[in-house]
Write a protein that binds this ligand. Structure first.
Ligand code: BGC
Length: 762
C-alpha cells in the first residue's frame, strides 16, 4: 500500500497516522538509555565476526535473498537478523505493508533532497523545500511508523539535492571523478537542510541513511563533521547511520568517519564492492579501526531493535518477499546460479481496506489552483470529453521498473502516473485509473464520454471523432520523475502545452488535471477557456477514484501547495550542476550553495520584482474563508533569553530548551461561502534584519492548521511556537540564538495572502 506523495500541506499528517497505524498494534518504545544498555549487553556476548555481521549487509541466513537490505541472524542468541525495505511511500518490491510483512526497517521517510532544484529527480519522495513543513512531516512519519514497532531510516543525509553525478564515475583511463559535492555554509545547513532531520531525531528515528553525494568535499558517509559532530553530538542521535546502497568507498575512513552500517554489504549480486565485512575485520585486527568503535557501531545497530521491542513477537518475513524482489529487479529470467530464488510463493495479504484511506487522502491532498465561476465541482453535466495520455492504465504494465532513471527520463507515454520511479516507487496490486473511475461515474449519471488519449493527436487538433462538442473537456496531463536522473525540464511532458492550447480552442470549458512530482510549469494557466486547474501530484493507486471524488465535490480539494509554481524555469531555483563529460578533474563536480536559504518563497520574498504563478501555501476551496485581522500572541513563560538554557540538558533532537514552547498564537477563521470546507491558515515569522546577520529570509513558515468549518462557522486557529522557531543559527557561537528587536508574525492563507499580523519585542 502507498499513499499520496509530494503531499500538499494539510492531508499529510492524517495520511501518515492512518497509514502507519492501520492494523498494527501500537507499541510504547523503551527509553533510549534502557535500549542502549540492552544493546550493549547483547553485543558483549558476540564474537568479533558476529559483530561485523551486525554492521555489514548480507544475503541473510535463508536460501533466498529476502530484502533489499539484510543483516544475518545470530541464532544462538535468538536474533533473527534485520530486513530493510524501501521506501517512503510504501513497501517497494513486495506486495504491501511493512510490519505485517516482517520488515524491520522502512527505508524512509525522506527529506533529502528538499527541493533546491524542482528538477531534481527525487523531490517527490519527500515533503518539499520548506524546512518547517518537512520537519513536521518527518516528526509525524517517524512517530507514526515507529509506533507500529517498525524502524525508520531518515534519508538522505544531507545535501543530496541532485541525481546527476550523485555517485562517482570512472573514466576509461581509470581516473575516478568524484560524486557531486554540495558546499553548504553552516547557517544554511542548520536553518534549512538539517532542520527536518533534527525533527526526525527528536521523534526517535532509529537510523539515518547517509547520502551518496559529498558535503563540503567529503563523502557524506565518511564525514565526521556531519555524522559525529552534528548528528551524534549536537543532535544527540543514539541510533545508527546506514550507508545509502553502495555509498561506502573505503573501510577505515568510513568507519572512523561515523558510518555504523554498510549496505548492501556482502551482497555481490547487487553489484557494489563491500568495504566492511572481512575488510573491516582486518582493519580492526590491524588496529586501524578500534574495537571500541566496532562495539559502538554494533550497539547503535541493536539499540532501536530493543527500543521498538523487535526482540518480541515481530512477524516473520513474508516468504514471498525474496521472489518478488528478484522478479522486480530482474524479471522472470533464468539465472542458473540463482536457481530457486524466484520460485513463486503465495504472499501474505495484509491489505485489508487500506485502499479506502488511500482514496480519501489522495482526494484531500489535491490542490485546486483555478476555478472560474464555480466550474468545479461538476453538477449535472452529461457530455464529457476525456483527453490526455494521463488517463488510462499504463500500457507497459502497472509496475514501472526502468533499469535506471536515465534510461527513461520521461517515463512511459500512455498511462497514468500515480507515483514516481526508482526505489521510492511501489509495486501495485491494484490501480484504478482516472479513465476507469470517471467513466464509471459518468455512466452512472446517464452521461456520455468521448475519448482521446494520444497527446500528439490532441495537440494537432485532430478532433474529427469528437462530436457533439462536449460540455466539459477533462484533460489529464503528467510529468515523470525518478531516482537516478533529474527531470529534463519542468514542463508537463508529451506535447502537453500544445495539447492544452488546442483543447481550449475546441472546448470553452477545459479542466486541466496534472499528475506529477511537484513543480510543473503552466504557461497556459491564464487561457480563458481553461476554467479549472487541479494539481493532483502522485496520489497513489486510487488515483482515479480520488480525482473523481474531487471533480464531483464528494471531497473538498483542501491541499495547499508545499512549493511555489514559478512562471518560468528561470525562477525555479539554481540550475542542476552539469560538468562537461570530458572533464579530467576528479573534484569538478562541486557546487557552492551561494543562494543560502533563498529558495522557493524565500527567493520570491527576497526579490520583490519577481512573482510566482501560484505561491507556496496557495490553494482554492469550493467555499470561501475570511480571517479576522487580530493576531493574538501569548508568551507562555518559556525563556526568550537570547541564548539557550543549557542546564536543561540535551536529548535526541539537541538542546532540550530549543524544543520548549515559548508562545501560543491564535486567530479566528470564518467560512463565508455557501458550503462546508477546510481552511488552512498559516503562520509566518519574520526575524529582524538589523539584529541578524545578512541572509535572514524575509519570513519563514512556522505553523499551519487545518480547520473544518461548516457554512458560516468561525473557529480559532492555534499555532504553538517553540524556541527554535524564533531563533537563527549563530555561526560564531555555534548555537541557536533569539535575536533582539521586533519579531513580526504574519498569518494568512498562503505565503502571499497575508491577512493579519502582530509583533513580539525581545
Ligand atoms: C536509494 C535509497 C534506497 C536504496 C535501497 C538507493 O539507490 O538511494 O533511497 O533506500 O537504494 O533500495
Amino acid at each position: 500500500m502507498h499513499f499520496a506523495t509530494a503531499p500538499s500541506v494539510v492531508c499529510l499528517i492524517t495520511a501518515i497516522r492512518l497509514v502507519s497505524a492501520v492494523d498494527s498494534p501500537l507499541i510504547t518504545p523503551l527509553a533510549w538509555d534502557e535500549a542502549s544498555e540492552k544493546a550493549k549487553s547483547f553485543v558483549s556476548q558476540l564474537t568479533m565476526s558476529e559483530k561485523i555481521g551486525l554492521v555489514t549487509g548480507s544475503y541473510g541466513s535463508g536460501p533466498i535473498l529476502p530484502c533489499v537490505g539484510t543483516l544475518a541472524a545470530v541464532e544462538r542468541l535468538n536474533y533473527t537478523g534485520l530486513c530493510m525495505s524501501d521506501g517512503p511511500n510504501g513497501v517497494n518490491r513486495a506486495d504491501s505493508e511493512f510490519r505485517m510483512k516482517g520488515v524491520h526497517v522502512l527505508l524512509g521517510p525522506s527529506t533529502g533532497p528538499m527541493g533546491r532544484h524542482p528538477r531534481g529527480g527525487r523531490g517527490w519522495e519527500g515533503f518539499g523545500p520548506d524546512p518547517y513543513l518537512a520537519g513536521v512531516a518527518m516528526n509525524e512519519s517517524v512517530t507514526g511508523i515507529e509506533a507500529t514497532g517498525v524502524q525508520t531510516s531518515s534519508k538522505h543525509y544531507i545535501g543530496n539535492e541532485q541525481e546527476t553525478q550523485r555517485n562517482p564515475s570512472t573514466k576509461d583511463d581509470g581516473t575516478v571523478i568524484e560524486a557531486v559535492s554540495a558546499n553548504i555554509d553552516d547557517r544554511t545547513l542548520h536553518e534549512l537542510y538539517l532542520w527536518p532531520f533534527a525533527n526526525a531525531v527528536r521523534a526517535g528515528t532509529a537510523s539515518v541513511m547517509c547520502a551518496y553525494s559529498r558535503l563540503n568535499q567529503t563523502y557524506s558517509c565518511a564525514s565526521s563533521e556531519i555524522l559525529d559532530t552534528i548528528l551524534k553530538d549536537e543532535l544527540a542521535f543514539l541510533g545508527y547511520v546506514v550507508s545509502d546502497f553502495g555509498a561506502t568507498h573505503s573501510t577505515v575512513d568510513f568507519a572512523e568517519g561515523g558510518l555504523d552500517m554498510e549496505m548492501p554489504g556482502n551482497v555481490t549480486a547487487a553489484g557494489f564492492p563491500c568495504y566492511f565485512g572481512d575488510k573491516l575485520l582486518e582493519a580492526v585486527q590491524a588496529n586501524k579501526v578500534s574495537e571500541e568503535r566496532l562495539e559502538d557501531m554494533a550497539s547503535r545497530v541493536m539499540t532501536p531493535y530493543f527500543r521498538l521491542h523487535q526482540d518480541k513477537d515481530f512477524p516473520m518475513i513474508d516468504p514471498a518477499t525474496g521472489p518478488v524482489l528478484f522478479v522486480t529487479q530482474l524479471g522472470h529470467v533464468q539465472v542458473p546460479s540463482m536457481a530457486g530464488m524466484f520460485t513463486e510463493v503465495p504472499a501474505i495479504d495484509v491489505r485489508a481496506d487500506h485502499a479506502r484511506g488511500i482514496r480519501e487522502l489522495g482526494a484531500a491532498g489535491t490542490v485546486l489552483l483555478k476555478n472560474v465561476n464555480g466550474t468545479l465541482p461538476l453538477t449535472n453535466q452529461t457530455s464529457f470529453a476525456l483527453f490526455g495520455n494521463g488517463l488510462p492504465d499504463p500500457t507497459i504494465g502497472s509496475t514501472f521498473v526502468p533499469t535506471g532513471g536515465e534510461d527513461a527520463p520521461e517515463g512511459y507515454e500512455i498511462g497514468t502516473f500515480d507515483i514516481g520511479g526508482g526505489s521510492g516507487s511501489v509495486r501495485h496490486t491494484d490501480l484504478v485509473s482516472p479513465l476507469e473511475a470517471i467513466r464509471t461515474k459518468v455512466k452512472a449519471l446517464g452521461g456520455r464520454v468521448q475519448l482521446l488519449f494520444d497527446n500528439n493527436e490532441i495537440a494537432a487538433g485532430r478532433f474529427t471523432t469528437i462530436y457533439p462538442t462536449p460540455q466539459v473537456c477533462l484533460l489529464f496531463l503528467k510529468a515523470w520523475a525518478t531516482e537516478g536522473a533529474d527531470r529534463p525540464d519542468l514542463n508537463l511532458q508529451w506535447n502537453a502545452t500544445m495539447a492544452v492550447e488546442s483543447t481550449a480552442r475546441l472546448c470553452p470549458n477545459t479542466i486541466v488535471v496534472t499528475h506529477g512530482p511537484g513543480v510543473v510549469l503552466m504557461p497556459w494557466a491564464d487561457n480563458e477557456n481553461v476554467t479549472a486547474i487541479l494539481a493532483a501530484h502522485y496520489p497513489g493507486e486510487e488515483i482515479g477514484n480520488s480525482i473523481t471524488d474531487v471533480l464531483w465535490g464528494t471531497v473538498e480539494p483542501s491541499g495547499r501547495l508545499p512549493y511555489s509554481i514559478p512562471k518560468d524555469e528561470a525562477d525555479a531555483g539554481p540550475p542542476i550542476l552539469v560538468v562537461p563529460e570530458n572533464t579530467t578533474d576528479p573534484g569538478a563536480w562541486t557546487e557552492d550553495f551561494v543562494e543560502g536559504q533563498m529558495i522557493d518563497y524565500r527567493y520570491f520574498d527576497a526579490n520583490s520584482g519577481k512573482e510566482p504563478l501560484y505561491e507556496f501555501g496557495y490553494g482554492l476551496s469550493y467555499t470561501e474563508f475570511d480571517m479576522a485581522p487580530g493576531l493574538n500572541v501569548q508568551l507562555t513563560g518559556g525563556s526568550l533569553n537570547q541564548h539557550v538554557n543549557k542546564s536543561m540538558g540535551i536529548a535526541p533532537g539537541g538542546m532540550v530548551d530549543l524544543w520548549t514552547n515559548v508562545a501560543v498564537v491564535t486567530v479566528n477563521v470564518t467560512n463565508t461561502g455557501d458550503r462546508a470546507g477546510a481552511a488552512v491558515p498559516q503562520l509566518y515569522v519574520s526575524l529582524p534584519q538589523d539584529t541578524t546577520p545578512p541572509g535572514t529570509p524575509v519570513k519563514v513558515l512556522r505553523g499551519f492548521n487545518k480547520l473544518h468549518l461548516r457554512k458560516g462557522e468561525t473557529k480559532q486557529a492555534t499555532f504553538e511556537l517553540l524556541r527554535r522557531d524564533l531563533s537563527y543559527w549563530d555561526v560564531q557561537e555555534k548555537e541557536w540564538v533569539i535575536p533582539r528587536g521586533q519579531i513580526t508574525l504574519f498569518s494568512g492563507f498562503s505565503s502571499k495572502d497575508i491577512r493579519a499580523n502582530t509583533t513580539i519585542s525581545v
